[in-house]
Design a protein. Structure first.
Length: 415
């Protein structure tokens, strides 16, 4: 029988303790506090964020924990479990965007130090330097926004120790202030780390709420909380980390964005979210590749709006559950066939989950590897996971990792 590998989240107390212990070991004194931020998984609305469409992310229980204390100078000292033998030292007066003389060459430190740089660029400064220790249980390379979790944990930490007054608390978040922190975290990723991503990941990490999904309108980044209490109706979201290499830096992500921009120009609209009639758009595009890309984006926007409507109507039970599952299935098929961002590992995971009784399953995130999700009955989670693991074993692939997920809390202080 195939063994299952579960990527369980640390409890908040465990995560905070590990970050604080590492801080004390590295720097020899007590941190001011520990802050954390979740990874995210997008339920539906894939590759529509940069086209102005809606997305429906939730916060994962897996979080990045940052123990931090401000300094009296402009020095930034950073440590993680992987780098505990050598503290990274940066100068806030020197660091700058990728490609400039102040480029941060150690990639993971760009996400943390970049937030301080971005806040200063936005007028929130000058900020002090700081010592920080990172410990994270967000799976790396699974398309679950491990980098955004680092940025957002740092953002809420700096907000508090520098008395910026933007974040509020986990239980009483200041949503307007959190928009500012989203922008800073996104600027850190885009400009300092050099990853050209949209603001979905940072928005989810900072603005999701426990027991809810976030209806995010990417035209103006406005949000609305919609009920998504899966546990109340006996459901869970099974996240399947395929362990296939996931990277947005190999040109594929950029080429899809370029295709969408070219389609929008050809159709005379600002963004593909502005396309009102899909049939007319298909007739107007004489390039098969652009037509397929456009068909995915426009149909995915319609699916996402329909999914949000289902959540507004009530719990996912009966007909609503059946329709929700069909929307997830159609989303994957469109990403696989029209947008061409799936891969064999994702397709096998999705097909096996569906065959084992999942109500719906799809790839999630940028694609080309990463993770898939399956909406399953809580008492069927292990059976569905076993079916996926068996399908991998039959092909001689390394075992996938599994996460049992319910919608979690946003970034904030835990200790």
């Amino acid at each position: 029988m195939t063994d299952l590998v579960w990527a369980d989240a640390a409890t908040p107390d465990e995560g905070a303790a590990r970050a604080a212990d590492l801080f004390r070991e590295a720097f020899g004194y007590e941190p001011r506090g520990v802050w954390s931020a979740p990874g995210r998984v997008n339920i539906i609305g894939e590759h529509v964020d940069y086209n102005g469409g809606p997305c429906v992310p939730i916060a994962l229980p897996h979080r990045a924990y940052v123990a931090l204390s401000p300094r009296e100078d402009r020095v930034i000292r950073l440590i993680s479990p992987q780098t505990r033998e050598a503290i990274d030292v940066l100068d806030l007066d020197v660091i700058g965007p990728k490609g400039t003389p102040g480029e941060v060459t150690n990639h993971w430190t760009a996400y943390l130090a970049g937030v301080a740089w971005a806040l200063e660029q936005a007028g929130y400064g000058p900020l002090p330097g700081f010592d920080a220790a990172l410990w994270s249980c967000v799976p790396l390379g699974g398309g679950l926004s491990s980098s955004a979790a680092l940025e957002c944990a740092t953002a809420v930490a700096l907000d508090e120790v520098c008395s910026l007054g933007l974040a509020g608390t986990i239980d009483a978040p200041n949503d307007e202030g959190r928009k500012v922190l989203v922008d800073a975290a996104r600027a850190a990723e885009n400009q300092v780390a050099g990853a050209n991503t949209g603001g979905l990941d940072q928005t989810a990490s900072l603005r999701c709420r426990e027991g809810h999904a976030l209806a995010l309108d990417c035209r103006d980044m406005s949000t609305r909380q919609v009920p998504f209490d899966l546990g109340a109706v006996g459901l869970e979201l099974l996240v399947i980390d395929t362990r296939a290499k996931h990277s947005l830096a190999d040109g594929q992500y950029g080429s899809r964005r370029a295709d969408c921009e070219e389609s929008a120009r050809a159709l005379g609209v600002g963004q593909l979210v502005d396309v009102e009639d899909l049939d007319e758009a298909m007739a107007a595009l004489d390039d098969d590749r652009l037509a397929a890309r456009t068909r995915h984006v426009v149909s995915e926007i319609a699916r996402t709006r329909a999914f949000i409507d289902l959540l507004d109507e009530g719990p996912l039970e009966g007909t609503r559950l059946k329709v929700a599952g069909a929307l997830l299935n159609d989303s994957h098929d469109s990403l696989r066939d029209d947008y061409e961002v799936s891969c064999e590992e994702l397709d096998v995971a999705v097909d096996a989950a569906r065959a084992a009784g999942a109500h719906g399953a799809r790839m999630t995130g940028g694609g080309f590897g990463g993770s898939a999700i399956a909406l399953v009955d809580a008492d069927s989670v292990v059976g569905v996971a076993r079916a996926v693991a068996s399908a991998y074993a039959e092909r001689g692939w390394q075992p996938p990792h599994f996460i049992r997920s319910l919608p979690g809390a946003p970034a904030g202080r835990l200790a």
